[in-house]
Design a protein around this ligand. Structure first.
Ligand code: NAP
Length: 190
């Protein structure tokens, strides 16, 4: 009984569960043993495959087909409460850029702002949110700094992404996300 209660207190939502980084986070959460994990996947097929892949561990999934859509995460918080932690890894990371805005910027930015809005509206128990950024958000390969720190941002804009998608779409998507996260109060340590 004590274990079930404490696991409920440590319920984690992991977005983009089928992804590379998420698979390592999931391993760490399950190995730790204190967390009850719910992942998001883009389809039932991917969700079921993920659930089966970690057996005998017991996780569940919710389908979020496209994080760029408005209110994409609302149903997650309504159907699977209560979450204490949210780890947001769902974001495009590939080299096949057709449309930099639709394929990269919209899911990265709308996905993150949408998630934060859903938490605010429907996730009152959430104490901490982790969002995966990237060194791509700060590095300037054309003129590297001797040392990078939190004051640096990659000098890349949405226009740069449209002009040269292969080089800039992913970088711009990571830079553009940050202002969404930087607004508002931070959660207390929990
Ligand atoms: N891999 C690295 O070395 C690295 C380094 C630094 C930062 N990061 C960051 O870590 C995060 C995860 O990267 P990753 O390497 O794990 O990438 P990944 O393997 O491609 O995983 C991305 C996840 O996001 C999901 N996703 C992408 N677009 C989506 C959309 N529009 N709607 C719903 N789900 C969507 C993918 O689902 P599907 O697979 O079903 O499309 C997948 O589950 C990203 O924020 C990335 O910027 C990665």
């Amino acid at each position: 009984m004590g274990t079930i209660t404490s696991k409920l207190n440590k319920r984690v939502l992991l977005t983009g569960g089928s992804g590379f980084i998420a698979s390592h986070i999931l391993d760490a959460l399950l190995e730790d043993g204190r967390f009850q994990v719910v992942v998001t996947a883009r389809s039932d097929e991917k969700g079921k495959k993920l659930v089966d892949s970690v057996k005998p561990h017991n996780i569940s999934y919710v389908v979020v087909e496209d994080i760029a859509k408005e209110d994409a995460f609302d149903q997650v918080f309504k159907s699977q409460p209560p979450f204490r932690y949210v780890i947001h890894t769902a974001s495009p990371y590939h080299l096949d850029v057709q449309d930099p805005v639709k394929d990269f910027l919209a899911p990265a930015v709308n996905g993150t702002t949408g998630l934060l809005k859903s938490i605010k509206a429907h996730g009152p128990t959430v104490k901490r949110v982790v969002i995966t950024s990237s060194s791509a958000a700060i590095l300037n390969p054309d003129k590297h700094e001797p040392v990078y720190n939190e004051n640096f941002w990659a000098p890349v804009t949405e226009e740069d992404a449209i002009r040269d998608p292969a080089k800039n779409a992913y970088r711009a998507s990571k830079v553009r996300v940050w202002p969404c996260c930087d607004a508002g109060p931070r959660a207390d340590d929990a």
